[in-house]
Design a protein. Structure first.
Length: 185
């Protein structure tokens, strides 16, 4: 039986994230969180890290970014007994939306949120699986702020600092928490 008391939780989880070389294109090292989700021990450990971080904060909502942020965000919201807000790719929400466009490496993308997803003064944690270029995270934060919410912190499982997104998020004035980081390959 493994002795987790002597292990660093971040390192333990990082060692269980699968790296898929050259996906979705040549030269990309894709960090796949599905092994964390498939194993009940690592899934619980991952969620608990976020629960313990926010359990004593006054949080009204967890906002999850499409699509893997939905997985972590909805479970976290349940555990904290707060509401969950999905921030989706354009054209996926059925009600009146507010949108924010952002730049990708090759072009632009847009995320949307229902206009009644949050209200002025709501204290929100914004979550996704990883921070790469930071565009999606910043666009999600802008959406929440457009509706008057206070974004307490952005959070992700993985930081890819070499892509500059985490620094961009922090430079915008938004606090950022990540469980583990990948420097280089």
């Amino acid at each position: 039986m493994e002795n987790l008391s002597s292990l660093d939780f971040s390192g333990y989880l990082k060692n269980r994230i699968r790296t898929v070389p050259d996906w979705p294109q040549q030269g990309v090292m894709f960090r796949d969180i599905t092994p964390l989700l498939q194993n009940p021990k690592t899934f619980r450990m991952l969620i608990d890290i976020f629960v313990y971080r926010y359990m004593e904060e006054k949080v009204d909502l967890i906002a999850g970014l499409d699509a893997r942020g939905f997985i972590i965000g909805s479970v976290l919201a349940y555990e904290l007994n707060v509401g969950f807000v999905p921030i989706r790719k354009k054209g996926k929400l059925p009600f009146k939306t507010v949108s924010e466009e952002y730049e990708l490496e090759y072009g632009n993308a847009t995320v949307e949120m229902h206009t009644d997803a949050c209200k002025p003064g709501d204290r929100v944690v914004l979550i996704d699986d990883l921070v790469a270029t930071g565009g999606t995270m910043l666009a999600g934060a802008k959406l929440l702020k457009k509706l008057g919410a206070e974004v307490l912190e952005a959070a992700a499982i993985i930081d890819l600092p070499e892509l500059g997104g985490s620094q961009l998020v922090r430079d915008s004035g938004l606090e950022l928490f990540t469980v583990c980081s990948y420097d280089g390959h």
